[in-house]
Design a protein around this ligand. Structure first.
Ligand SMILES: NC(=O)c1ccc[n+]([C@@H]2O[C@H](COP(=O)([O-])OP(=O)(O)OC[C@H]3O[C@@H](n4cnc5c(N)ncnc54)[C@H](O)[C@@H]3O)[C@@H](O)[C@H]2O)c1
Ligand SMILES: O=C(O)C[C@H](O)C(=O)O
Length: 331
């Protein structure tokens, strides 16, 4: 029996993500938690004739505690999205507290859950989550994932356009680092099957992958950021994880994780000089089974991108860790 929870389920990402999870044969119980509208969204989804039973909770119905109780997987897209002109870091002041609160509850009532953090700024909300879980003595790094799949999805799409591939999903495009602007590092030299990116298109392609989120924020013109592509990406990662937990082999997807806690990750963390970092992760029955080191074969341009990413990530990580460890009165 798999119980999956979406926290922030009534939102722009939460609703389509919940729809996709409701359609999944891998989910037996789907629980929607939000501070608004979950009874309606849950009632609506519950009429779909798929396997999963659906429940919806609001704070007065027992709230996150009831919703999260004994969950196997908790996916968190709760929090505010960007408007034009904002960076993801501008969301920190509101979203850091939201994520911390939700992780505190998860630590208490679902300490073994696999937690997938979508809420931005991911570069900081994942370190916050790790610190909260550590403080409650239930941190298992193999079970905490920052969802960076949308960067990979975008990279597949944009590379396929340039390389003239009709099916982007036939491509594997590694994207490492973090999830904002120049902390996002696409490795086009390691695309499989191999593609040739013309030199004159390289910089623009890197920029498009790094700043693809801005395209959507601008086009939505004040009404939020990517929701549908993110729901797809969040579902893709969750589905892979659920399959791997059930024993499927060979499933790999990059994710922003606490590297020192994952087999193979300590050496990568030492190389990059940060502990939270996205690399391809082999998924299996324990969650993150192995961090895959693909840093050995970088081109000169990719090395430069990586340096800039690490610089940006250091500040984002420190900010999250500091926030999570503030004494209660400052929180
Ligand atoms: N990781 C990624 O690649 C990625 C991609 C897109 C968006 N995001 C981020 O995901 C987050 C959500 O985006 P969205 O477009 O769905 O926003 P949204 O405003 O449409 O939805 C957010 C939902 O969270 C709910 N919420 C707020 N506080 C909550 C709490 N304490 N507990 C439970 N629910 C709570 C809101 O009521 C709302 O329904 C944003 O931070 C956004 O930046 C991340
Ligand atoms: O751009 C955003 O703020 C949302 C998300 O992180 C994205 O990459 O689309």
């Amino acid at each position: 029996m798999v119980k999956a929870v979406v926290a922030g389920a009534a939102g722009g990402i939460g609703q389509p993500l919940s729809l996709l999870l409701k359609l999944s044969p891998l989910v037996d119980e789907l629980v929607l938690y939000d501070v608004v509208n979950t009874p309606g969204v849950a009632a609506d989804l519950s009429h779909i004739s798929s396997n999963a039973k659906v429940g919806g909770y609001l704070p007065p119905d027992g709230g996150a505690k009831t919703a999260f109780k004994d969950a196997d997987v908790i996916v968190i897209p709760a929090g505010i999205p960007r408007k034009p002109g904002m960076t993801r870091d501008d969301l920190f002041n509101i979203n850091a507290g939201i994520v911390r609160g939700l992780i505190e509850v998860a630590a208490e009532v679902a300490p073994k859950a696999f937690i997938l953090v979508i809420s931005n700024p991911v570069n900081s909300t994942v370190p916050i989550s790790a610190e909260v879980l550590k403080a409650k003595n239930v941190f298992n790094p193999q079970r905490l994932f920052g969802v960076t799949t949308l960067d990979i999805v975008r990279a597949e799409t944009f590379v396929a356009e340039i390389a003239g591939k009709s099916n982007p999903q036939e491509l594997t495009v590694p994207v490492i680092g973090g999830h904002s602007g120049e902390t996002i590092v696409p490795l086009f030299s390691q695309v499989t099957p191999k593609v040739t990116i013309p030199d004159e298109k390289y910089d623009a392609l890197v920029h498009r992958v790094q700043f693809g989120g801005d395209e959507v924020v601008k086009a939505k013109d004040g009404l939020g950021s990517a929701t549908l592509s993110m729901a797809y990406a969040g579902y893709r990662f969750t589905e892979k994880l659920l399959k791997a937990l059930k024993g499927a082999k060979g499933l790999v997807e990059p994710s922003y994780v606490y590297l020192p806690g994952i087999p193979g990750g300590k050496e990568i963390a030492e190389k990059v000089g940060v502990e939270f970092f996205s690399v391809p992760i082999e998924l299996g029955p324990n969650g993150a089974e192995k961090a895959v080191d693909i840093l050995g074969d970088l081109t000169a341009k990719e090395k430069t991108l990586l340096e800039a990413a690490i610089k940006g990530l250091k500040g984002n990580i420190e900010k999250g860790v500091t926030f999570a460890n503030q004494p209660p009165q400052q929180k």
